[in-house]
Design a protein around this ligand. Structure first.
Ligand SMILES: *Cc1c(COP(=O)(O)O)cnc(C)c1O
Length: 393
């Protein structure tokens, strides 16, 4: 229980709900009801049915034989890249849309940076026939044109955020403003283990299917449920939270959280929040946050759009604080090399986010009979242009 959220929504000193007064009724409605609704047999049945038939779960736990031989250890890949829409994010949006329906909400809002969460949200809104509005910074709309097109095809309206740096945090501000103005009919689907309580806990619970499956699958393959290491990349932290969840209290399982060091941790172009961050409030939550001396949020950088976030969720801040997880920062160059290595060694083109987790294999020495599970959070289709430009393909 040491790593579970407490009644007030805190993990150690991190978390809580630091929200404008006007948002209080919305967040409170959700906080009072989410655990009860999720626990009903009826919710669980529909959630698991959709995970199975729509998302394609369980995703395989794949023993990567050639990769294992190369690094002289036992490497398993949890194949979230095979989920419908190409990444783990859909696990969470399915859960939240089912919750929204039970709270009788008819209008869904979301914000997105890279567009992956926007696509996952637009997908489940189409599935359920609900109206979907996705806020996105004007700059991000230009940078992520294919995902904008996907959202539109799925029936979502993409609204540009034109203030500030015209990126994710401005889109978040717009989404919050919308929610304040539409408190009755609107549900705000947040895409990672961030935001005010109860979102971090709720999202972690929806993503915890990842470690639930790993346990079962490892038991079948290795005769034991617990690996020696679980490695996952961290943007906001949802795929890592899901991959770690059922191992949090198994202190013998080493957890490795991988952040983006961009062009180098201290280059000024990085997203290594655990090193550079200080305690602050972002998106309604008290957590580690990259900020200037006077508390302005620093614009983060990573070659991977999904890791380009100036904070981490409060669970991860707590895992860092308590040293339950080891944090490693991987540069753009090392991630790209690790991504290409997976292509050539296993025939799998990973998302660049996931390539950061793979790069740990070059940074850390594992023993021959260690069981190392790497969460392959997504596939690389969306990143083809970045790969093309980087490797001059
Ligand atoms: C969004 C995304 C991430 C980062 O988000 P988390 O909430 O930290 O998981 C990682 N990998 C992929 C493939 C993503 O799309």
């Amino acid at each position: 229980m040491k790593y579970q959220v407490n009644e007030n929504g805190f993990y150690g000193e991190f978390g809580g709900a630091f929200i404008p007064e006007m948002l209080y009724p919305n967040v409170e409605e959700l906080r009072k009801q989410y655990l009860d609704i999720i626990a009903t047999a009826e919710f669980q049945k529909e959630f698991h049915q959709l995970l199975k038939d729509y998302v394609g779960r369980p995703t395989p736990l794949y023993f990567a034989e050639r990769l294992s031989a190369k690094y002289n250890t036992k490497i398993y890949l949890k194949r979230e890249d095979l989920c419908h829409t190409g990444a783990h994010k859909i696990n969470n949006t399915i859960g939240q849309i089912l919750l929204a329906k039970r709270l009788r909400k008819t209008r869904i809002i979301a914000e997105t940076g890279a567009g992956q969460h926007g696509v996952a949200t637009a997908t489940v809104c189409a599935l359920m026939g609900l109206k979907c509005i996705v806020y996105m910074g004007e700059i991000d709309i230009q940078r992520q044109a294919p995902n904008v097109a996907r959202m539109k095809m799925l029936g979502a309206e993409v609204r540009p955020a034109t203030s500030g740096s015209k990126t994710l945090k401005d889109a978040t501000n717009e989404a919050i403003r919308d929610w304040i103005n539409n408190p009755i009919d609107t549900f705000y689907i947040i895409g990672s283990v961030v935001g005010p309580h109860p979102y971090p806990d709720m999202v972690a619970k929806f993503q915890s299917i990842i470690s639930e499956e790993i346990k079962k699958q490892l038991h079948e393959k290795e005769g034991k449920e617990n690996p020696d290491y679980v490695i996952a990349c961290v943007g906001g932290g949802s795929n890592a939270a899901g991959a770690f969840y059922h191992f949090l209290d198994e202190e013998k399982v080493n957890l490795i959280a991988v952040e983006a060091a961009g062009k180098g941790i201290h280059s000024g172009e990085s997203a290594a929040t655990s090193v550079l961050g200080k305690i602050g409030i972002i998106h309604g939550s008290k957590t580690l946050l990259m900020q200037s001396e006077d508390g302005q949020i620093t614009e983060p950088y990573s070659i991977s759009a999904g890791l380009d976030y100036p904070g981490v969720g409060p669970l991860h801040a707590h895992l860092h604080d308590t040293k339950r997880a080891e944090f490693i920062a991987i540069t753009d160059d090392d991630a790209m090399a690790a991504g290409l290595n997976l292509c050539k060694t296993e025939g799998i083109i990973p998302a660049i986010e996931s390539s950061h987790a793979l790069a740990v294999l070059d940074q850390k020495k594992f023993k021959k009979d260690d069981i190392v599970v790497i969460n392959l959070s997504g596939r690389g289709d969306k990143d083809l242009n970045t790969y093309i430009n980087y490797f001059e393909l």
